[in-house]
Design a protein around this ligand. Structure first.
Ligand SMILES: CCC/C=C/C=C/C(=O)SCCNC(=O)CCNC(=O)[C@H](O)C(C)(C)COP(=O)(O)OP(=O)(O)OC[C@H]1O[C@@H](n2cnc3c(N)ncnc32)[C@H](O)[C@@H]1OP(=O)(O)O
Length: 310
C-alpha cells in the first residue's frame, strides 16, 4: 500500500480512529499498571508501559537461589502478557548485580542427590533442576518485550547467563564480569556458552573467558560488545536505561515486539529463514491500526501517536 493511500485510509476511517483514540485516552489517562509481587524481585512501573525489575536479595549479593530462579521465570512470563508492559529494565539492589548461583543452594542440591543411591534417579533430579534454571533464563529471551540489563559491580556466573539472554546491556564503570562456572568445577549450562559468543561476536574471546573464568571489566565488556554503553555510576545507569525503555515504550508495541521476535529468531536461522519469518509476521501486522497511525503521524509530522494496549 502506498504512503498516500495509507494516509487516505486513516483519514477515511474516522470511526476506527475515534474508537482507537477513545480507548487510548482511557488507557493512558492514568498510569496504573498491574505490578506482580515476588519475594526475591522488586517490581515497579516507574513510567507508563515501563517496568523495572530489581534482583532483590541485597544481603546475599543477589545470589540466585531456587526461589529466585523460579521467580525470574514467573516474572518474565507474567510481563510477557501484561498489556501495561512494553519495555523492561532489570537491575539489582545493593552492592553487586549478582554473585551468581547461590552456593548454599548448590549444597542443598548436593544433599538432595545424596538422599538417593541410584545414579539414574540422581540424574533425573539434576536434569529437572538444570531444565528449570535454563527455562528461567530463557524466559527473558522469549519475553516479547525488550529487556535492558543495567549491571553494576559484580556480574558473576549465572549473572552472565542472565544478561546474555537480554536485548540490551548497559553497565556502570565499576562493573565486572566473570564466567566463573569452571572455577566451581562445572561447564556453564544455562545459556552463557550459547549466547555469549553471539553477544560479543568473537568465539576466541568467548572461549577464553569461559575456559579461564577470568574477571573482565566494563571497558573490555564495552570494547567486546557485551555491553553497549557504560555509565559513570548506578544513578546515571538507571536514568539512561529507563530513558531508553521509555523511548521504546512510546513506539508501536506491535512493531517493537515483532522486531524482537524476528531478531531472536534470526540469531539461529539463515538469512532466508529470517526473511521468511518476518514476511509471515508482517502479512498480519502491516494490517494493524498501529501501522496506519504511525505512517500517518510520520507523514503529517503530527505528535507521537498513542498506540492501543497489546
Ligand atoms: C544447575 C546450575 C546452573 C547454574 C550455574 C551457575 C553457576 C555460577 O553462578 S558459578 C559462580 C558462583 N559464584 C561465585 O563463585 C561467586 C563467589 N563470590 C565472589 O566472587 C565474591 O563474593 C563477590 C565478587 C561476588 C563479592 O565480593 P565482596 O568482596 O564484595 O564480598 P565477599 O566478602 O566475597 O562476600 C560476602 C559474603 O557473600 C558470600 N557469597 C559470595 N558469593 C556467594 C554466592 N554465590 N553464594 C552464596 N554466598 C555468596 C560470601 O561467602 C560472604 O559470606 P560471609 O563470609 O558469610 O560474609
Amino acid at each position: 500500500m502506498s504512503m498516500q493511500r495509507l494516509t487516505n485510509v486513516i483519514r477515511l476511517t474516522p470511526r476506527l480512529s475515534a474508537v482507537a483514540m477513545q480507548r487510548n485516552n482511557t488507557t493512558n489517562a492514568s498510569h496504573s499498571a498491574t505490578v506482580p509481587h515476588f519475594n526475591t524481585l522488586a517490581i515497579t512501573s516507574p513510567k507508563p508501559f515501563v517496568f523495572h525489575v530489581e534482583l532483590n536479595r541485597p544481603k546475599k549479593l543477589n545470589a540466585i537461589n531456587r526461589e529466585m530462579w523460579l521467580e525470574i521465570k514467573d516474572c518474565f512470563e507474567a510481563l510477557a502478557i501484561n498489556p501495561d508492559c512494553r519495555a523492561i529494565v532489570l537491575s539489582a539492589a545493593g552492592k553487586h548485580f549478582t554473585a551468581g548461583i547461590d552456593l548454599s543452594s548448590m549444597l542443598s542440591l548436593g544433599q538432595q542427590l545424596a538422599d538417593s543411591d541410584d545414579v539414574a534417579r540422581k540424574g533425573v533430579v539434576l536434569e529437572r533442576t538444570i531444565k528449570l534454571y535454563q527455562d528461567s533464563i530463557t524466559a527473558v529471551e522469549l519475553c516479547p518485550k525488550p529487556v535492558i540489563m543495567a549491571v553494576h559491580m559484580a556480574c558473576i556466573g549465572a549473572g552472565v547467563d542472565l544478561i546474555t539472554a537480554a536485548d540490551i546491556r548497559y553497565s556502570t564503570q565499576d562493573a565486572f564480569f566473570q564466567v566463573k562456572e569452571v572455577d566451581i568445577g562445572m561447564a556453564a549450562d544455562v545459556g552463557t556458552l550459547q549466547r555469549l559468543p553471539k553477544a560479543i561476536g568473537s568465539q576466541s574471546l568467548a572461549r577464553e573467558l569461559c575456559f579461564t573464568g577470568r574477571r573482565f571489566e566494563a571497558t573490555e565488556a564495552e570494547r567486546s560488545g557485551l555491553v553497549s554503553r557504560v555509565f559513570a555510576d548506578k544513578e546515571a545507569l538507571l536514568k539512561g536505561a529507563l530513558a531508553v525503555a521509555e523511548d521504546i515504550a512510546s513506539k508501536s508495541p506491535i512493531a517493537v515486539q515483532a522486531t524482537k521476535e524476528n531478531m531472536v529468531y534470526s540469531l539461529e536461522h539463515t538469512n532466508q529463514q529470517g526473511l521468511d519469518h518476518i514476511r509471515v509476521l508482517n502479512k498480519l501486522y502491516l494490517q494493524s491500526e498501529d501501522f496506519a497511525q504511525a505512517v500517518a503521524a510520520q507523514l503529517t509530522k503530527d505528535e507521537k501517536p498513542i498506540f492501543a494496549k497489546l
